[in-house]
Design a binder for this molecule. Structure first.
Ligand code: GLA
Length: 661
């Protein structure tokens, strides 16, 4: 049982705090209200560069000194931001070359945030300097708990096509390939006469007349993730040199920011931190929330993780910013907690009066303390304070879904067989089915050790290396159950089709080959045996040992296999809806010895375990009371848990073991 923050034994609770937007008289009220809400950790300084360094090299730490003193006096710990997501106006005035250039050549101006090129030497130097200055000033402050470097690397922009970026990309390629010949081979530059004769001719894949070389674009996506990571590492190392011992993190956006390969990033942070915002357009958005939390836990790889940001109610940046319903704030927070989070933080403490985010909800809304949101914030603080013993406990999963950012980057490029095929849509569909079946899911890189899982699902794993295929083969040979969906194992790490054809690296495992891809027309539906329909996709499969579980009854693949099984390896060539995915998952569960949970629909049950205890976290997403066949003590009310869970209610039961199964 490990704690993410040495010495901290309770769930951390709080949010981003931007007091520089308010007169200092307000700060005392903030601190008093934080006390009332049970806040014990706040993130400060995230966008304060212009206030901390008003002129190059001239620091003004006075206001932050006073803020530290106030917070410390109230026993509130500090997660100190480095303000490098938003360099001051003077920086861009001095270094116009450090501005981000987009793929179509637009140079992004000042007045927003996230607009510095990650490959600009001037930006790297200035960001490391301000990080070092903060570490020297506050590294020994007793209130300091955590370093929060930058903000959401990769958002709002990730790729940069400036001259500095092009030079850095070339250096990155030289390191990766060693020679131009190797680069020409890897990128397949014999196609359309793209062969390079000198390194100086190699550039970033800026907009061109038609589709740009996909291997070049894939490498540029890898380079972009690495360039951002180098920015983080440079700041982290400068801080660590001044302030060893205080953990350093940055806030990820697991599942919603495609630009950074978090498998690579996770090992570089001392604690994994995540930001998550609901998709207001999705009435079942709590499933997407669960996915993000499970992905974050998987990235953390068994270490504790923290929720750095979510919202108390509506955000301000979606087309229709739907407010959370009564109780949703607690349901969301406890789902993150149930899936492993040891901190519950929000953006932000007090709603901003001015600026682009004034319509974003906050812990202390514009309406003040006479508001539902405030009351729910205070209640949540009270509830979390009762959950000390949950801190550091673990979540275990028997099922993994494969997740690979490199595959997403490749698959999202242009000129694929169908615009309707989306890796993310398939992941969401399989996850949704598993969520409804009450099965906890980890996410795993295709080349990682899969032996701990009874079942591994590969939804639309377009880019699958030979190494990954060998890994999957070993897993299946070792007795694992494997389910793969269409448009998988199509290309290698250079976005080149595998020799032997689609799916060739797993041909022996799946007992089939895919002869031809047969995408459907927009809106076209096909029937499968067993009364199931599908759309978007079909394939011409030739069996090489697999047995047929379902057949296409019409459409371009009529009479051909749609769902197959070869030992414990399943393949599904059709886009099945969440309901119909049972036709492939039920037999796979049976094979793997996995029992779906019998919880009422819309009720989410999560389990955390420590050496001494089990904790069952139950969330009722429905608007009716449900039976709660759980025994044990409800930590939130300190009473024996009743048999009903009220509409929209939550429970954290201690010592309830497997009661719901
Ligand atoms: C992100 C950022 C925050 C804030 C919120 C608003 O997560 O990190 O600074 O802009 O979005 O939802």
């Amino acid at each position: 049982m490990s704690k993410w923050l040495p010495g901290v034994t309770s769930i951390s609770y709080g949010g981003d705090y931007n007091p520089e937007q308010w007169p200092e008289e307000t700060w005392a009220e903030d601190i008093e209200l934080m006390r009332q809400a049970g806040v014990n950790l706040v993130s400060i300084g995230i966008f304060s560069w212009a206030m901390l360094e008003p002129r190059p090299g001239q620091y003004d730490f006075g206001w932050m000194d006073r803020l530290f003193a106030l917070l410390h006096g109230a026993g509130i710990r500090v997660s100190l931001g480095t303000p490098t997501a938003s360099p001051p106006a003077w920086f861009f005035h001095q270094h116009p070359e450090a501005r981000v250039v987009t793929r179509d050549g637009t140079v992004l101006g000042f007045g927003s945030r996230g607009m510095a090129s990650p490959s600009s030497p001037a930006y790297r130097e200035a960001s490391v300097s301000i990080a070092r200055a903060l570490a020297r000033r506050y590294g020994n402050h007793p209130a300091l708990a955590l370093w929060h470097v930058h903000n959401e690397y990769g958002a709002p922009v990730s790729e940069c096509y400036s001259d500095d970026s092009v030079r850095a990309f070339r250096r990155w390629l030289q390191e990766r390939y060693g020679s131009l010949d190797a680069l020409n081979r890897a990128w397949g530059t014999a196609f359309w006469g793209q062969r390079y004769g000198e390194w100086e001719q190699v550039s970033a894949p800026a907009a061109s007349a038609s589709v740009v070389n996909p291997a070049q674009r894939l490498d540029f996506a890898r380079f972009t993730s690495d360039a951002l990571l180098q920015c983080f590492i440079a700041e982290r190392d400068a801080i660590r040199a001044e302030c060893p011992g205080v953990p350093i993190t940055t806030n990820f956006m697991a599942g919603s920011c495609p630009a950074v390969d978090l498998w690579k990033w996770a090992g570089e942070v001392d604690v994994v931190a995540n930001d998550h915002y609901l998709d207001a357009a999705d009435p079942c958005n709590h499933v997407g929330l669960a996915l993000s939390a499970d992905l974050t836990r998987s990235i953390a790889g068994g270490r504790p993780w923290i929720l750095m940001e979510h919202s108390t109610s509506a955000v301000n940046w979606q087309p229709r910013n739907v407010a959370k319903r009564p109780g949703e704030l607690a349901r969301n927070a406890l789902t993150h907690l149930g899936r492993g989070a040891d901190a519950v933080m929000f953006f932000q403490w007090r709603a901003s009066r001015a600026g682009a985010e004034k319509f974003h909800s906050a812990m202390l809304p514009h309406a003040g303390t006479r508001s539902r949101v405030w009351r729910e914030v205070r209640d949540l603080g009270e509830n979390l304070a009762r959950l000390d013993e949950v801190v550091g406990s673990e979540v275990r999963a028997e099922v993994a879904i494969l997740w690979d950012w490199e595959s997403f980057w490749a698959q999202d490029l242009e000129w694929r067989p169908s615009v309707d095929v989306s890796h993310r849509e398939r992941i969401n569909a399989f996850y949704d089915r598993l969520w409804r079946d009450g099965i906890t899911v980890d996410f795993a890189h295709p080349e990682s050790d899969l032996t701990a899982y009874k079942l591994v699902v590969a939804p639309a794993s377009y880019l699958l290396t030979k190494r990954a295929a060998s890994n999957i083969r070993r897993y299946v040979e070792g007795g694992g159950t494997f389910v793969m969906s269409y448009f998988s194992a199509i290309v290698d790490e250079h976005d080149a089709v595998h020799p032997g054809g689609y799916g060739a690296p797993l041909r022996d495992v799946l007992g089939l080959t895919v002869e031809e891809l047969l995408p459907l027309r927009a809106g076209e539906q096909v029937r499968l045996s067993g009364g199931v329909t599908s759309d978007v996709w079909s394939e011409d499969i030739a069996l090489e040992g697999a047995e047929v579980l379902a057949t296409f009854e019409d459409g371009p693949a009529a009479g051909k296999p749609a769902i197959t099984r070869h030992g414990s390896a399943y393949y599904v060539a059709a886009r099945l809806g969440v309901e119909d995915l049972t036709s492939v998952l039920r037999p796979a569960y049976d094979d793997a010895g996995i029992v779906p949970s019998a919880t009422p629909e819309g009720v989410e049950v999560m389990m955390r375990r420590s050496a001494d205890n089990d904790y069952l976290i139950v969330v009722n997403h429905t608007d009716r009371p449900v039976d709660l066949p759980v025994t044990g003590t409800d930590l939130l009310t300190a009473s024996t848990s009743g048999s009903k869970l009220e509409a929209g209610g939550v429970r954290v039961c201690s010592g309830s073991g497997q009661a719901m199964r």
